[in-house]
Design a protein around this ligand. Sequence first.
Ligand code: SF4
Ligand code: SF4
Ligand code: SF4
Length: 486
Amino acid sequence: MNKYKCPKCGFIYDDEKENILFTDLDDNYFCPFCLTPKKEFTLEEEQPKKEVVEKRVQISPDNPSIARIEEKCINCGICKNICENVVGIKYKKEDVLQPICINCGQCVVNCPTGALVTKYNYKKVLNYLNDTDYIVTVSLAPAVRVALQEEFNQEAGANVTKKIVTALKNLGFDYVFDLTFGADLTIMEEATELVKRLKTKENLPMFTSCCPSWVKYMELYHDDLLNHLSTCKSPIGMQAAVINSYFILYKDIPKDKIINVMVAPCTAKKYEINRDEITDMDYVITTRELAMMLRECEIDFKSLEESEFDVLLGGGSGAGDIFGTSGGVMESALRCAYHIVTNEDAPVSFYDLESVRGNTAIKEAKIKMGNYDLKICAVFGMPNLEKVLKDMSKYDFIEVMNCPLGCVGGGGQPLGVISKMTDDRVKRSKGLYNIDSNKKIRVCYKNPDIINLYRAYLHYPGSPKAHKLLHTTFNHDLKLKYFCKK
Ligand code: SF4
Ligand code: SF4
Ligand code: SF4
């Protein structure tokens, strides 16, 4: 679209690619390549015209995840259709006080003109990387490692983990950690919690709670069911809490001198780290944002050598890798729960749980685990979740993700031709399963870094110390901010 061609550098804001803008320290918008301030782009006003409001999603100026460039919007209504029918936000309510958004970024992925954009924070991260007063850590989420290369015209699904580690080190991060460590820790706690609930029969079915969009959806629309959510923090919440306690203690780093960054496939994580309960993660940058950083710093991703994560929080099991795809959290948790219940390793079938894999939105299975016969379900998309909720008492354990096929389809992942998106998600998902099947350690409880953490610091899964550091609460009053009391 020539209309939006960068006048200085010739960058073209492609129909199929996101209109990439970034923010400086004061959240002003700039062209990413020539740094021209984009004064001609105005973000959506608080009170747009009524006919516009009705046709497209509304976005609050303080939304931490997404924004709209008014000049690029053709008022086609696709964003609202996606938000209402795929994401599942209910627009019919008469009593809405402010725009409802669960920050998932699916409207950004589907906007045909690039009018919807992710709010970027990477300038602030670069600023810290250039400040020698600070130690900056970065943690790499599972779904990024099978997708970043798409930004550099390479096929979806290939495992580029070790090249990303090199890229992050070249950018200047002091410590590069694998978020699969945080995922393994989440499973240690979550499987322990599941087994406890199975024994006491309290608050079943248990829901996973690592997707911030789904948690916010529950807080808005089903706050009466919040006691069914696992109280575990998400992997980023756990990883950051461990960095800011165990890691800084071990490395003797003052708490006010450490900055923690996460690279995620997810725009909702930008919202999650602003929740009152999550205090230790400072910045989230998306997969697309990392690609922007690499381009801006003239790092040629394709030619990078491979390198290893930093130790201490470096390692994750294969179970941590599959967190990035729908059904993966469930599969990982069951491998660990089986061990807790029987004191034996799970049978081979638990390492290839086909019944909860794949692109079907609602996946169900029956699992024998010691004396327990479990009915499980993995679901993505809130309209699909609503179907599951109608008969939820028949299940024991339910994994819920917002995005299509889970985090591999997150709102911060590389954008491509819209008609190819499903194929790319499936390739990314298969890529994660390949990583898992090629790992020597495929269960969290055999991860030596996790074993050391419990031995040296947390004592045992579900201990009082683990609870204080790794578990969270949910907001029963969030809906009051969005809906009138009636
Ligand atoms: S999808 Fe994009 S172009 Fe269409 S109404 Fe929404 S913001 Fe505007
Ligand atoms: S980010 Fe998700 S919830 Fe928010 S407006 Fe877009 S599609 Fe809807
Ligand atoms: S499914 Fe994953 S990427 Fe999508 S909103 Fe949830 S956590 Fe983020």
